[in-house]
Each structure stands twice: as C-alpha cells, then as structure tokens.
Design a protein around this ligand. Structure first.
Ligand code: NDP
Length: 420
C-alpha cells in the first residue's frame, strides 16, 4: 500500500512504471513526473487502456532544480521516490528526498553533466590520483550522503538496474549460498540483439557513449588497474546467444563490490560489442562528436554529444525492430567447505518477448524490472534501513525470487567455462 513518485519517463522508466502497475499490491498510487509531461501522459493512457488498479497521475518537473523537486514531493507526498531520469540528477533528487523525508532509489551513480566545471574537476582530479581510475562517475558523491540519510532514518538504495543492480544481488546470493570465500568475480554483459541500424545505443546515448569510450579498469587485490579503452578483449560463448567478442570496461558495481567484499581478489566487467559499433564509435570520437564541452555553432552553443543524441534513434524506439537475446550474469570462483568451486549465475532475456509484453527492448526491460523490485523491497520495508546502500548489502533472497516472478528468471551453471 504505497505511494510512489517516479522521476523520468524514458526507456527504463517506461518498463519500471508498467512493472510497478503489475505489482499493484505494493504500489497503489503512482505519479510519473518528467521534463516532458506529454510522454508521462501518453504512458499513463497506455497503462489505463490496458487496465490497472493503480491510481496514476502525471506532472512536469525539472529534476536539476531541488526547489522544483521539493515542491512536487511536498504536494504529492510519496512514500518513496524512484529516480530513473539521468545520473546528472542523482544529487538534486537525493537532496530533495532528504528535505522531504522520503526514501530514495536509483539505477546509476552520479556523474556531472558538465565535466569541464572547475569545481567538480578539481575533486575529480584528486580522486583519480587517490583511487587510480579515471571514470567520470564514482560512488563518492552519493556515499557522502550516508550520515544524512542515517540521521533522517531514510533509505537510499543506489544502482538497482541490471548492472549494477542484479549483478550485485547475484554476488550477495553467491556469497550467501555457494561460497565460504569468493576469489574472483567476472561480470559479463552480452547483448546479442540486432536492431538493424548501422549505429544506435540501447540506452541513453550520452551516458552509454561516455561509459564505453572511457578507459577500462578492474580491481585486483583491492587496487584499481586501469587499461586503455577496449584494450582487453576476450571471446566468450554465451548460452542462447553464441560466441561474441567482449571488452573489459570500467563499471560502477566493481567499486561497491570491492568495498563490500574486500576478500575478493579480482573483479572485472566485460561487455560485448560488434565491430560495426566500435568502428562507428571510434570515428565519432575522432571527429569530436563525443565531446561534452560546449562549442559555438553559428551563434548557438551546442554540446557535440547532445547533438549526436538528437540524431541517433531514440533507444525507446528500438523495441519493435530488435531481435535476439541478452545474457547478463556473473562468474564466481572460490571455495566452499574447503573445495574449489566455480559457478555462473545469469539471466537470458529475449528482445521480442519484452516488446510483446511491454513495448520495449530488452536493455530497458532488464533495467526497469530490477528498478521496480528494489523500489518494492524498500517500500515494503524488507530492504529498509537508514543509510545509503547498494544492492549487495541486503538479503538477496527476496530480490532473487522477484526476478523469477517478474520476468527475469536466472539460472546457476555449476560448471561454467571461465574467462582467461
Ligand atoms: P532516457 O534518456 O531514455 O530517459 C531519461 C528520462 O529522464 C527522460 O524521460 C528525460 O526526459 C528525463 N529527464 C532527463 N533530464 C531531466 C530533468 N532535468 N528533469 C526531469 N526529467 C529529466 O534514459 P534511459 O531510460 O535509457 O536511462 C534511465 C537511467 O537508467 C539512466 O540513469 C541510465 O544511466 C540508467 N541505466 C541503468 C542501467 C543499469 O543496468 N543499472 C542500464 C541502463 C540505463 P525527456 O523525455 O524530456 O528527455
């Protein structure tokens, strides 16, 4: 019986909101608030037409403004806020939640929109030197809210998408049920889907291209090891997808898992990319189209990567044309009862099945379902404690059950091929 405010109405939000409506025992009232209210109204009408008992409403909000958010939260009075806008808005939404005394949930950790901002840049340069990785996003900004959430008796659940999110729950599950000690974790994110375009990204292009064009890194014995972008390549044969090239990337759950599972000796993250995607991305990068620094074009200030986003297909529109499957999971090695053990926990998700069910492709689906699950567990008080947490810090069992129930069934392979 809770009242939920969802901020954002893009690809991920549309899945999360429809899944919340499937879970009407938990969510009885839901407001969809985003920058473009017409998208919220369109989704509300679609859900109402299909039939729901959840009482839906919509609003427009600029989530870069704490004041606007506070006004909205104060007037709607939700029990919990799910942020599925962009990582740029994480801190303003957390601030507003603290002011209004509401629990906070998101799917991606904070990064600034303007990476040239000198104040942010000075903190970033210091962090690069101290920690040894250069990604624009890191948990320090949101972990800094720990005391304030604790004192307010509120929960902030960070990164409840698939990766991060489910991959961290898989780790907690492996630690709880399969291992006394985990030595290595390899997170493998394979998208075997084909949308038929020469180039498109499966979620927000700006966030996606920033992530993929950055240096790679992994954690070994508690320390970061950084690589050049796409420097480490492996080939892996994925169940129900087949053989794919995959590349080592920096990814946010490595940081949280490294902190919360300090005994793990190595944590890596790999994502599959086709050659055409990489060639397009390199070319766009070489001509400056991935830059986040504004330039002046015929009297207008434009940010190249934002202009590129306007040219690329909207990820939310890829649903009808994407065929194939995703396979995302984690390979763990370690010991149980003195014996060596290796397991692979993964989910396979079919793009067309997702489209048939909710009108979206599998990347939005695999993120939106866990966003709903994390929110439901906080709303029901099952994952509720004061402070700022990632998904590996709670009992994984109820989350794992809900993955099976809400469309992301997982399997445990007890004899997987390891990644070299
Ligand atoms: P989209 O770009 O499709 O949607 C973003 C939504 O946020 C849009 O509705 C947009 O409004 C809205 N928005 C943007 N800025 C503001 C603002 N200032 N105020 C209010 N609303 C705003 O992104 P996705 O749905 O693909 O991604 C959503 C989130 O999910 C991102 O944070 C992304 O990083 C994360 N993600 C996490 C994954 C995981 O596995 N953990 C995987 C994939 C994504 P408008 O319609 O006006 O543009």
């Amino acid at each position: 019986m809770s009242r939920l405010l969802v901020i954002g109405c893009g690809g991920v939000a549309q899945v999360a909101i429809q899944k919340c409506c499937q879970n009407s025992e938990t969510f009885t009232e839901l407001m969809i608030a985003s920058r473009t209210e017409s998208k919220c109204i369109e989704l509300k009408e679609k859900i109402e037409k299909a039939g729901t008992t959840v009482k839906l409403s919509t609003a427009t909000v600029n989530a870069d403004s704490k004041d606007e958010l506070v006004k909205l939260i104060d007037s709607y009075k939700p029990d919990v806020v799910l942020n599925v806008a962009l990582p740029y808005q994480d801190l303003t939404i957390m601030d507003a939640c603290l002011e209004c005394k509401v629990d906070y949930i998101d799917t991606a950790n904070y990064e600034p929109e303007d990476t040239d901002d000198p104040e942010w840049r000075a903190i970033y340069e210091k962090r690069c030197k101290e920690k040894g990785f250069t990604a624009y996003f890191d948990y320090s900004w949101q972990w800094a809210y720990e005391e304030r959430f604790k004192e307010a008796g509120l929960t902030a659940l960070l990164g409840t998408g698939f990766d991060p999110g489910v991959t961290s729950v898989f780790t907690a599950y492996a630690a709880k049920h399969y291992f006394d000690e985990i030595d290595t974790i390899d997170i493998l994110d394979c998208n075997g889907g084909d949308h038929g375009y020469p180039f498109a990204t499966n979620f927000n292009p700006e966030i996606n291209l920033r992530e993929v064009s950055a240096n790679g890194s992994y954690m070994e014995n508690g320390k970061w090891v950084e690589t050049k972008p796409m420097e480490i390549k492996r080939v892996y044969n994925f169940d129900q997808v087949g053989e794919k090239d995959m590349y080592l990337l920096h990814h946010e759950e490595i940081e949280a898992l490294g902190r919360n599972f300090p005994g793990v000796k190595r944590i890596r993250f790999f994502m599959t990319f086709g050659q055409s995607y990489l060639t397009h991305m390199k070319c766009l990068e070489n001509v400056g189209m991935l830059s986040t620094s504004p330039i002046n074009f015929e009297g207008h200030e434009i940010v190249p990567i934002q202009f590129l986003k306007a040219l690329l297909p909207d990820p939310a529109s890829l649903g009808p044309r994407t065929v194939g499957k995703t396979n995302i999971g984690c390979i763990f090695t370690g010991r149980k009862d003195g014996k060596e053990r290796k397991i692979y926990i993964y989910n396979v998700c079919d793009h067309q099945e997702c489209y048939k069910e909710l009108g979206s492709q599998a990347i939005s689906y695999t993120t939106g379902v866990p966003a709903m699950i994390g929110t439901a567990l906080v709303a029901k008080g099952i994952w509720k404690k004061p402070g700022v947490f990632t998904t590996d810090q709670f009992d994984p069992d109820p989350y794992m059950e809900m993955l099976n129930e809400y469309g992301l069934p997982w399997v445990v392979d007890e004899n997987p091929v390891l990644v070299e």
